[in-house]
Design a protein around this ligand. Structure first.
Ligand SMILES: C[S@@+](CC[C@H](N)C(=O)[O-])C[C@H]1O[C@@H](n2cnc3c(N)ncnc32)[C@H](O)[C@@H]1O
Length: 322
């Protein structure tokens, strides 16, 4: 029998992630739940409420939000700029050293949360991503909608490609950045290949900038984030647990990059909330129980302390000729 377990941070009080779900995600998720929750047997045990009730609350949240957005004329930008995700990406774009005449490549751009922010601090920006695979169906559509909502189509270009083989000329980019996506590459070898490609496309005076969270909690809300993210890595696919600073730097030096500059930024915002969907069809009873235990512990922490992303490491390296 198809068994599925939905893991998402949301509760009746319109929990912590509604700011993220915003305009596009809710109807999409609500529709998806309708199909995927049907056969799930452990829902009540995990959430303490029947799935029907969960679905009703979720759909209600979606309707309320849509209605509010319409009534109060709330735009995509309003949601984005008032969200932790938007605030963090805007702060990063401001703080990592982009310049107004830069041609920027945003590797692993996803739905364009950083791309949109960086467009305000650069000349042009290319958002590169391999999606729609890996449960990211519809993300290019989200990317295009966001870019057009903020009227930045003349400054932002989407590019669908594997970052290990960037379809751009060597020496064509001033800043090649990868924001919160190193952990989404398949393994360390892929990360090394991507770093090497980013280095190739950089101009002579170009710079590579990687932003990635590190697994160190500075407060309880960050501890809660790490507990949930650990759960996500253990029981869903597509994410590697955060690397330590040493591991990240090792991958840079393996790729031949030197003169590396490291800074730590701590905005303490819910900038990368670990939302995920877990298909438990591959888990046996014991693993299922363990997954539930870890998930419930993480949810309890989030309810008690909230959830914020741990500090981000900002690693910069100048172009290294090969
Ligand atoms: C966490 S998401 C994007 C985060 C985004 N930069 C932001 O600021 O919100 C990571 C992205 O990396 C992309 N990705 C993973 N492996 C990739 C690869 N080999 N080539 C291109 N993109 C890849 C995924 O499709 C995903 O959209």
């Amino acid at each position: 029998m198809y068994k599925s377990l939905l893991i998402i941070q949301c509760d009746d009080e319109m929990g912590i992630n509604l700011q993220l779900l915003g305009l596009q995600a809710i109807p999409r998720l609500a529709k998806r739940f309708a199909v995927e929750l049907d056969d799930f047997s452990g829902f009540l045990a995990l959430y303490g409420k029947p799935q029907e009730e969960f679905r009703r609350v979720y759909e209600k949240c979606g309707r309320i939000l849509k209605q509010l957005f319409r009534e109060f004329d709330v735009s995509w930008w309003d949601v984005y700029s008032g969200s932790d995700i938007g605030m963090e990406r805007t702060a990063l774009a401001r703080d990592i050293g982009l310049e107004m005449d830069d041609m920027v490549l945003d590797v692993g751009c996803g739905r364009g949360y950083f791309t949109v922010a960086a467009a305000g601090c650069s000349r042009r920006i290319i958002g590169l991503d391999g999606m729609n695979g890996m449960s990211r169906h519809g993300w290019w559509k989200n990317f295009k909608e966001s870019v057009s909502e903020v009227e930045l189509t003349h400054r932002i270009q989407g590019l669908k490609a594997d970052a290990q083989f960037i379809p751009l000329k060597s020496y064509s980019i001033d800043k090649a950045v990868a924001i919160h996506c190193i952990r989404n590459f398949r393994n360390k070898q892929v990360i090394r290949n991507v770093l090497s490609e980013m280095n190739r496309v950089l101009s002579k005076d170009g710079e590579m900038i990687i932003v990635e969270s590190i697994p160190i909690a500075r407060n309880k809300a960050q501890e809660a984030h790490l507990a949930m993210y650990r759960c996500k890595c253990n029981y869903s696919s597509g994410d590697i647990y955060y690397f330590s600073q040493e591991e990240l730097l090792e991958m840079f030096s393996d790729t031949g990059l030197k003169e590396i500059n490291v800074e730590v930024f701590d905005y303490d915002l819910s900038a990368t909330p670990p939302i995920f969907y877990l298909d438990t069809s591959r888990l046996n009873k014991e693993q299922m129980e363990k997954a539930q235990e870890e998930y419930i512990a993480a949810v309890d922490m989030i309810r008690k302390y909230g959830e914020t992303s741990p500090s981000a490491l900002v690693i910069k390296a100048a172009k290294h000729p090969r």
